[in-house]
Design a protein. Structure first.
Length: 69
């Protein structure tokens, strides 16, 4: 198992967090996504290595910005 944490900016409600969680969950290899709306941190768990660019791109597709923490 591998875990990465990202800082996502622009999320203001549970709907936003849900969009981000769903979109990241579509990235191949991702097994779990935990969003902490209060901090803006998103923890991504995968069974193997997932390219950080794919996760950032997924977040940007739904209108937010993400950086690896």
């Amino acid at each position: 198992m591998s875990t990465s944490t990202y800082k996502v900016t622009g999320m203001t409600c549970n709907g936003c967090a849900g969009k981000v969680k769903t979109q990241i969950g579509k990235v191949a290899g991702v097994s779990a996504v935990d969003v902490d709306l209060s901090t803006g941190h998103v923890k991504v768990t995968s069974e193997g290595h997932v390219d950080d660019v794919l996760v950032v791109d997924a977040v940007e597709e739904v209108g937010y910005e993400a950086v690896l923490v």
